[in-house]
Design a protein around this ligand. Sequence first.
Ligand code: ADP
Ligand code: MG
Length: 225
Amino acid sequence: TEELLVNTEKLAAVGQMAASVAHEIRNPLTTIRGFIQLAEKGFEESHAQLILEEIDRINLIVSEFLVLSKPNVVHFQNKNVKKVLEETIALFQAQASMNNIEVITEAITDSCRVHCNENQLKQVFINIFKNSVEAMPLGGQLIIRMEETPDAKVMIRITDTGEGMEAEQIQKLGTPFYTTKEAGTGLGYMIIKHIIEQHKGTLNIRSKVKKGTTVEMVLPISSME
Ligand code: ADP
Ligand code: MG
């Protein structure tokens, strides 16, 4: 019966998720419909821009959700997480400097092999970096650390000196569409949590308003070469 209970909970969660996706997509669709209706009476240039923006928003929401549909078929391989992390940092460097953010890498452990899907892991790092950048509109520091734990796991810690969060905000992370940003989707943490779960890892977030945020993830090290 325990398994049945878990399944029922999962179904309820899927139902809730479907309802919120439908809601988030219906909003821009309603806007688009309104503008097209207006266009019958003469098309205004500025409306075209708004319609495009709403279509882009639907596209973004749908593509973020696609990530969740893939894990069943994604390929897992043993990868050196140091390399995956450093490649992602390199990709991010330009965006960081443009935003006056200094990226500091501390004590990155040499080689830890993790059974992972490289692209998904990169997506987790990118989502966390992006949130940090968005939390530091006036610039700041992004401090990245990676070390092996005594129990054969690898810990990756990302700290920013941004606006931080209240405890209630931290609680809401991962709830689909929870965002405090005007152009946010509120899907970042849902995806981060899902991928970390797929990798049998854990996630821990600490934050202080106006001080900054620390995101810590722990992943099991693969014993096979
Ligand atoms: P989005 O970035 O689209 O808003 P996320 O799921 O990535 O969605 O984040 C949800 C919310 O959590 C953000 O809107 C923000 O309020 C808060 N948040 C996430 N990361 C940070 C951070 N590093 N510093 C401050 N607030 C954050
Ligand atoms: Mg985000």
